[in-house]
Design a protein around this ligand. Structure first.
Ligand SMILES: Nc1ncnc2c1ncn2[C@@H]1O[C@H](COP(=O)(O)OP(=O)(O)OP(=O)(O)O)[C@@H](O)[C@H]1O
Length: 354
């Protein structure tokens, strides 16, 4: 049974629905991310779960109990926000101890818990420091320790890493995942950063205008986006609108005018619905048109319009009779502008979406 269940929830601001008939289930001990562009309703969903916001309609079930009208202070949930919101005049120790003292816990136990939690977030020895004497990453770890020390039934993160620089973000997300798994704590994590969500989640819910477009394991979303929206959001930069499709054993035969293409069926037989083909720029390869592509698969003739150097690879904009394709390719000797090329892509990299 799911630990969290949002059932047919609707939330409106100023008579405008932000979430409508919204459903979401999360299993105990899992980390689920809400991923989507700015304004799609991620924070609203999190605030609803936290209890900062009331739904117009629908139910929020937690551990089999109706939590819809349970006030914030009666929900034993921990929060970590984008701005760490530490108490500036309190030491690291007192910041972390705050929630326990509020619960009137005995000082001996407070000490035991705070010490253990500071060890978990690798801040043992920092007890007496004030927040202003800490780095951004250390402050965020104090915020995480403060949220965890109350042993919450649920942990809620809202863009917790967006104020940190790139290297620290990567380290911190590993840290968050490690702590979450070590303590087996159910977590909802909001971010608009795809890589961040994919790297730490058991499940990712991709949101679009207050609806979940796809909810699945990160690898499933990465390989098999369910819709054009999800495909675009996670970097499938090339699309072909097919005119016909037919079953051909292991494959699906597709056509657009006189051009024929093949898509591999998905291993579990599911998905690959629709007539719109999506391919990542990294999954296309270019060959000089004078050479034959060495592998069997899909090909399309084109001409290099623009070539840009990305460091590890080159990015090409290639003009074809089906529009402009973006190709990322690692190579020592790049294709020149105006060069005639063949675009090649294997059938298992062509994904059909709706
Ligand atoms: N208090 C409010 N009053 C009116 N409209 C609001 C309020 N809070 C949010 N909204 C609107 O609700 C929509 C969803 O906002 P929400 O904060 O949930 O988006 P988000 O996906 O978290 O975006 P971001 O990544 O920018 O934080 C937006 O269009 C926003 O303008």
């Amino acid at each position: 049974m799911a630990l969290i269940s949002l059932e047919q929830v609707s939330v409106a601001y100023d008579n405008r629905f932000i979430l409508e008939d919204f459903n979401l289930q999360i299993e105990k001990g899992k980390l689920l991310s809400l991923l989507g562009p700015s304004g799609c309703g991620k924070t609203t969903t999190l605030r609803l779960i936290a209890g900062f916001l009331n739904a117009e309609q629908g139910k929020f079930m937690f551990g089999g109990k109706d939590y819809t009208n349970v006030p914030v202070n009666k929900r034993n949930f921990g929060f970590v926000f984008q701005s760490y919101a530490l108490f500036p005049h309190m030491s690291v120790y007192d910041n972390v101890a705050f929630g326990l003292r509020l619960r009137k816990m005995k000082e001996a136990e407070v000490k035991q818990r705070v010490t253990r939690m500071l060890e978990i977030v690798s801040l043992g020895g920092f007890e007496k420091r004030l927040p202003k004497a800490l780095s951004g990453g250390q402050r965020q770890r104090v915020a995480i320790a403060r949220a965890l020390v109350i042993e919450p039934d649920l942990l809620l993160f809202d863009e917790p890493l967006s104020n940190l620089d790139a290297n620290l973000r990567v380290n911190m997300r590993v840290e968050i995942r490690r702590i979450q798994q070590e303590l087996g704590i159910t977590t909802v994590y909001v971010s608009h950063d795809q890589e961040e969500c994919f790297s730490i989640s058991d499940q990712v819910a991709v949101m679009n205008s207050g609806k979940i477009e796809q909810l699945a394991h990160p690898t499933t979303i990465f390989k098999y986006p369910a819709s054009e929206y999800v495909a675009r959001f996670i970097g499938f930069g090339n699309f072909i609108a097919f005119e016909s499709r037919s079953d051909a054993g292991e494959d699906i035969e597709l056509s657009r005018g006189a051009l024929k293409f093949l898509a591999a069926k998905r291993p579990n037989g599911a998905g690959n619905l629709g007539m719109l083909g999506a391919i990542r720029p990294d999954d296309l390869q270019l060959w000089p048109s004078t050479q034959e592509a060495p592998l069997s698969g899909n090909t399309l003739s084109g001409r290099v319009q623009v070539s840009t150097y990305l460091g590890r690879s080159y990015q090409y904009e290639v003009e074809t009779e089906l529009g402009v394709f973006t190709v990322n390719q690692e190579m020592d000797v790049p294709f020149a502008q105006g060069e005639q090329v063949t675009i090649y892509f294997p059938k298992d990299k062509l994904v059909l979406v709706q």
